[in-house]
Design a protein around this ligand. Structure first.
Ligand code: HEM
Length: 471
C-alpha cells in the first residue's frame, strides 16, 4: 500500500502528460487536414485575417470535407455544394446545433442571442416567433416600408452621392427598425440607431479576438481571474449595457402596443406571444434586438458589393439599364411587380451574393449533435461544422472563371432565393450566402425584396461611376 502511494503522483503525472499529448492530435478516422502539433492542434495555423483564403487553400489541398483540430475542439469544413446539401440540409436534425461560444453567447449575450443558441427548446420557440415576422407572406407585407426607405435612399444618392455607403446603410437599418420596433431612422446620424450599431460592432470586435476563441478551445481558461483574462470582464460589462439598451426598446414597444399607439411591427406579435408562451422580457428584448443586428449589415454589404461591381463592370450596368428602360420606362420607378420582367436585374442580385458573399464563411458554424459518418470519415459529436461559402462560390467547376462578375450565369435561373436554397439538386442552388438547413437565414425573403428594390432602382436612376478629383 505504502509503495502504491509513493508511485501515485508519478502515475497521475504520466496520465496527465499522455492526455495533454493526445490533445491536439487528429484521430485517423476524422476527415483529413493540415498536420497538427500536440496540445494546440492547428491553432497556430489559424489565420488572423482573410481566413476565407486560407480555408480555400486547405479545401484545394484536403478536399471538400476536411477537419481542423483546435485545442480540445474539432472543426469540420464543408467546401462543396454536395457536402452542404448532404449534411446541413438532409441531416438537419443532427447538424443544426451551434458550437459553444462562451464569450460571445454566455458572457456577452446571457445565452439569449438566437444566432448563437444551441439547437434547444428555447431556440425553437425563438425561431418560431422570428418565422412569423419573416415568412414569405409577412415579407410581402413589408414592401411598402421598403419602398418608402428606398425612396429616401435614392434622394440621398442624388443629394449626397459621396456618402453612398451611409445612404445604403440607413436604408437597410431603417427597414429593420421599422419592421421590428415600428420606428424609422430618418438620418444616418440618428442617435438611437447609432447606439445600437456601435454596440453591434463592439460585440463583433470583442468576439474576433483570438482570446475569445481560446476560452472555447481550452475551457479551463474560464477559471482564470479577470486580471489575467480581461476579455471575460469586458464581455460581462458589454452584456449589461446591451441588455439595458435592448430592454429599453422592447419595453417601450410593449407599452406602445398596450396603449394602441404602435405602428404594425414585430414587437406587437411578440407581445401576444409573450402572453401565450410566457418567456421573459430579457428573452423578448434579445429576440428583437438581435434581429436588427442580423438583418442590417448583411443587406447593406450586399448592396455595397453591387455598387463595386457596377464600377468594375460598366458593360453589366449598361445591359441592366437597357433592361430596366425596356421593361419599366422612365416615367415610374421599378416595383416588385416588375420582377418577372427584370431577369437580368434578378441575376445581378444573385451574382452580387455569390461574387462578394457578406457571410463569407457562413456567419456562425453549425454543430453536430451525434457521431456521424460521411465519405468514410467520422464527424464526431460536438464538432463545429463550417459552411465554407467562399470556396463553394469560387469553385471553377461550379462557376467557370469565378472571380468574374457575370450575371448571365443566372439567366435561366428563375428560382427565388428561398426556392434555390431548398432545391434538392445541390448544383442548382444559386449561392450559399444565407446558410443552410434548419438554421438557414429566416430573413431571406425580406432580404431578397430589399436587394431587388435597391438594385433595380439604383440602376433605374443612376450611373455608377468613379468619382473624379478636381483636376
Ligand atoms: C443579404 C442579407 C442577409 C444575409 C446574407 C444573411 C445571412 C445569414 C446567415 C448566413 C445566417 C446563419 C445561417 C446558418 O447558420 O446556416 C443568418 C441567420 C439569421 N438571420 Fe440573416 N441574413 C441576411 C438578412 C437577414 C434579415 C433581413 C434578417 C431579419 C430581419 C435576418 C435575420 C436572421 C436571423 C434571426 C438569423 C438567426 C437564425 C438562427 O440562428 O436560427 N437576416 N443570416
Amino acid at each position: 500500500m505504502a509503495v502504491l502511494l509513493t508511485y501515485l503522483p508519478v502515475v497521475v503525472a504520466v496520465a496527465v502528460i499522455i492526455r495533454l499529448l493526445m490533445t491536439g492530435r487528429r484521430p485517423k478516422s476524422f476527415p483529413p487536414g493540415p498536420p497538427t502539433l500536440p496540445i494546440i492542434g492547428n491553432l497556430h495555423q489559424m489565420p488572423t485575417r482573410d481566413a476565407h483564403l486560407q480555408f480555400e487553400k486547405w479545401a484545394r489541398e484536403y478536399g471538400p470535407v476536411y477537419s481542423l483540430i483546435l485545442g480540445t475542439k474539432t472543426l469540420v469544413v464543408l467546401s462543396s455544394d454536395q457536402a452542404v446539401k448532404d449534411l446541413l440540409d438532409k441531416k438537419s436534425n443532427m447538424y443544426s446545433h451551434r458550437p459553444e461560444m462562451y464569450v460571445g453567447q454566455s458572457l456577452c449575450s446571457g445565452d439569449l442571442r438566437i444566432l448563437m443558441m444551441g439547437y434547444t427548446p428555447r431556440w425553437r420557440t425563438s425561431r418560431k416567433l422570428v418565422h412569423t415576422l419573416l415568412n414569405i407572406s409577412a415579407a410581402k407585407s413589408y414592401v411598402p416600408y421598403q419602398i418608402l426607405e428606398n425612396k429616401q435612399m435614392l434622394y440621398e444618392m442624388l443629394t449626397k452621392p459621396d456618402e453612398f455607403l451611409h445612404n445604403i446603410r440607413r436604408y437597410s437599418n431603417a427597414l429593420t427598425t421599422t419592421m421590428v420596433f415600428g420606428w424609422r431612422t430618418p438620418t444616418y446620424e440618428d442617435e438611437k440607431m447609432k447606439q445600437l450599431f456601435d454596440g453591434f460592432s463592439e460585440f463583433a470586435d470583442l468576439n474576433q479576438t483570438g482570446i475569445a476563441g481560446l476560452v472555447d478551445f481550452f475551457p479551463w481558461m474560464r477559471n482564470l481571474p479577470d486580471w489575467m483574462m480581461p476579455v471575460q470582464k469586458k464581455a460581462r460589462q458589454m452584456h449589461k449595457k446591451e441588455k439595458a439598451l435592448y430592454l429599453s426598446h422592447w419595453l417601450k414597444a410593449k407599452a406602445d402596443t398596450a396603449a394602441g399607439t404602435v405602428t404594425r411591427c414585430f414587437s406587437e406579435e411578440l407581445v401576444e406571444a409573450q402572453k401565450s408562451e410566457g418567456f421573459s422580457d430579457d428573452q423578448a428584448a434579445y429576440i428583437s434586438g438581435t434581429l436588427l443586428e442580423a438583418g442590417s449589415d448583411t443587406t447593406s454589404s450586399t448592396l455595397y458589393a453591387f455598387v463595386q461591381a457596377m464600377l468594375l463592370y460598366p458593360e453589366v450596368q449598361r445591359k441592366a439599364q437597357e433592361e430596366v428602360d425596356r421593361a419599366v420606362g422612365k416615367d415610374r420607378l421599378p416595383t416588385m411587380e416588375d420582377e418577372p420582367n427584370l431577369q437580368y436585374v434578378r441575376s445581378i442580385v444573385k451574382e452580387s451574393l455569390r461574387w462578394m458573399p457578406t457571410t463569407i464563411m457562413g456567419a456562425v458554424p453549425h454543430a453536430v449533435t451525434q457521431d456521424d459518418y460521411y465519405n468514410g470519415y467520422l464527424i464526431p459529436k460536438g464538432a463545429g461544422v463550417v459552411n465554407n461559402v467562399w470556396s463553394i462560390h469560387m469553385d471553377p467547376k461550379r462557376r467557370p472563371d469565378p472571380r468574374r462578375f457575370e450575371p448571365d450565369r443566372y439567366k435561366d435561373d428563375f428560382q427565388s432565393l428561398g426556392d434555390a436554397a431548398a432545391n434538392p439538386d445541390a448544383s442548382k442552388r444559386d449561392q450559399f450566402t444565407f446558410g443552410a438547413g434548419r438554421r438557414i437565414c429566416p430573413g431571406i425573403h425580406v432580404a431578397e425584396r430589399s436587394l431587388f428594390l435597391g438594385v433595380s432602382r439604383m440602376i433605374w436612376g443612376f450611373d455608377v461611376k468613379p468619382a473624379k478629383d478636381a483636376n
